[in-house]
Design a binder for this molecule. Structure first.
Ligand SMILES: [Cu+2]
Length: 143
């Protein structure tokens, strides 16, 4: 089995495939009585094939849906296309992952475990810190 490995690796490099990197993920801290929150991040595809974000899960909510805000209104979308060699930003006022039916209160500084489901790349796990959101989105604090 072992001697087949190098050739398998070479084959993998030669094939067209997406390569997904998730950066700057965060989840919005919401008041204790809120039922939902949202997760944001930058999804980069460093590969040479497009991929699609088709689903998500979080450890703080019963449901996680892929949403898009258009004209101030949110709607659910089936997927977000991540083109080859491109970045797609999930941010307030645009794409986001809606965390519905929160199982516990959100507290700034805590980590949320997200599992992102991609069509070709499979599951990608991300730890996203809870942050006080919006209004001051441009202020990125690095801890
Ligand atoms: Cu939403």
């Amino acid at each position: 089995m072992r001697r087949f490995l190098p050739s398998l690796i070479l084959l993998g490099v030669a094939l067209a495939q997406p390569k997904i990197e998730v950066k700057d993920a965060w989840v919005r801290e919401v008041p204790p009585n809120s039922r939902s929150s949202a997760a944001y991040m930058v999804i980069e595809n460093q590969g040479n094939e497009p991929d699609k974000l088709i689903g998500a899960k979080s450890d703080i909510s019963k449901v996680a849906e892929i949403h898009e805000t258009v004209g101030g209104k949110m709607r659910r979308v089936k997927y977000i296309e991540i083109p080859a060699g491109k970045k797609v930003e999930l941010k307030p006022g645009g794409y986001h992952i809606m965390l519905i039916d929160l199982k516990k209160p959100t507290k700034e500084g805590q980590q949320v475990e997200l599992v992102l489901q991609f069509e070709k790349s499979g599951q990608v796990k991300v730890n996203a810190p809870l942050k006080k959101g919006i209004g001051k989105m441009e202020e990125h604090h690095h801890h």
